[in-house]
Design a protein. Structure first.
Length: 441
């Protein structure tokens, strides 16, 4: 098995190189990144689940250690990790670094913010603080300065070998949980029971999920972010699950769709979408345009609509008339990393200039050409969403739709298939998700 500790040491060295270039470009002496603190619920004495700042997660695999800070300095090759250490008899002992991960860091314990500020010892204006709140009380001009966060977001386009391995492992851990969820659906479980089966299989709590589990049975598969899970079983027809796992703060993001009756037209539609999803995966690569791939995905969706007699016109005409947007209302994919929807996909350069959004798809998360070592998702979909279908029924294109067929598919909700892809420097594509599913057999 790959040695995560050795990869992490290489990761820290590479990140130091990148961040020292950011310091040189922006003129700061140091960047200090706060993990964040726990938040108490309004009018209560209970805390919300803690989630560290993603800028911190990019560096340090401590998902439960509040009050931590990382200092990256222009005059040091070693980042300093400040860990809050105070006597606390009420809570479990604070989380520590995985074995071997401390090698690339200088670990310093501190007991209070005033003590921390003395140890940082930075000149006023020389520190860029990346934090949800201005916990160090420095000038607001250097708290989350855009010149720095744009540079950080831009460098995230290319993932280190450690980051790639984290997402690879997150796929390996998620696949058995996906299969357990599928089996629970086939056994007639409720949506909540299916989610519980997923959590058991990956040995995680709900708060450890990189995002809320989407588990939609039947019509609920048409709800793109279905989190309000039914507690009562339903007569099963279809099932869509979108769920991942986090490894050292890096996420997998996987979606699969299943038909209860393997001989149904809906099962055949899933297979047709699966073929086209793999064609879209193969269309990626260094320099390829995510916008062009998104347009291609609409053509692929139109092919499936025509294949199953849902539209009475050609796939080309259906796309030209924007009929596909009714059945496929989201983007093809996004970058993946310490943010599930990772940063930088619409940046033209490190200075923060944005690429112009495509006129037809202004909300796409990715417009920048693909680069070496990028990790992204490919997740085309085809849904039967009543609210969107009702608008189409009332439009000038209503006669181009076979509404009898539409009504047959509405009870199945919809289809989404999502894989996680690495674009390697040699031009090859690694499908982390398909590899993990093959490895689980």
């Amino acid at each position: 098995m790959t040695d995560h500790a050795n990869l992490y040491a290489q990761h820290v060295s590479e990140k130091m190189r990148r961040f020292q270039a950011i310091l040189a470009a922006t003129g700061f002496d140091e960047i200090v990144i706060a993990a964040g603190d726990s938040k108490i619920q309004f009018a209560d004495d209970s805390a919300y689940p803690f989630i560290p700042n993603p800028y911190f997660r990019e560096w340090v695999p401590l998902g439960k250690r509040t009050g931590s800070y990382l200092q990256i300095s222009a005059n040091s090759d070693t980042p300093r990790l400040f860990l809050l250490c105070v006597e606390d008899i009420w809570h479990t002992a604070p989380q520590g670094l995985p074995p071997g991960f401390e090698r690339g860091l200088e670990v310093v314990e501190y007991a209070s913010i005033p003590e921390l500020k003395k140890q940082l010892g930075s000149r006023e204006g020389g520190t860029a603080l990346i934090s949800e709140v201005n916990s160090l009380g420095i000038s607001n001009d250097v708290w989350n300065p855009k010149s720095v966060t744009d540079q950080i977001d831009y460098q995230r386009l290319g993932k280190t070998a450690y980051e790639q391995e984290c997402v690879r492992e997150a796929n390996r851990l998620a696949v058995p949980a996906h299969l357990a969820a599928r089996d629970a659906f086939m056994a007639g479980a409720s949506e909540l029971e299916i989610a519980a089966a997923y959590l058991r299989a990956c040995n995680c709590s709900e708060n450890e999920m990189p995002y809320g589990i989407i588990a939609g049975v039947n019509e609920h598969a048409a709800v793109l972010h279905h989190h309000n899970l039914d507690k009562q079983p339903r007569s099963p027809r279809s099932f869509l699950i979108d769920a991942g796992v986090a490894v050292h703060g890096y996420a997998s993001d996987i979606t699969r769709t299943y038909a209860y009756d393997s001989g149904s037209d809906f099962a055949a539609m899933i297979k047709a979408m699966d073929v086209r999803q793999l064609e879209l995966v193969a269309g990626g690569g260094i320099g390829k345009s995510p916008v062009d791939l998104h347009v291609l995905s609409h053509h692929k969706a139109a092919e499936v609509l025509r294949l199953f007699d849902i539209i009475s016109v050609s796939a080309e005409e259906a796309f030209a008339c924007d009929i596909t947007a009714t059945f496929y209302p989201h983007g093809l994919g996004h970058q993946l990393g310490c943010n599930v929807h990772d940063k930088g996909g619409n940046l033209a350069n490190a200075q923060g200039d944005l690429l112009p959004p495509p006129a037809k798809y202004p909300k796409l998360r990715n417009a920048a050409p693909m680069v070496a070592n990028q990790i992204h998702t490919v997740e085309p979909g085809l849904y039967f969403i009543p609210a969107l279908l009702n608008k189409l029924r009332q439009s000038e294109h209503a006669t181009k739709i076979n509404w009898t067929r539409v009504d047959e598919f509405i009870p199945f909700g919809g289809i989404r298939i999502e894989d996680n892809i690495v674009v390697h420097a040699d031009g090859s594509l690694e499908n982390l998700t398909r590899d993990a599913f093959r490895g689980s057999k």
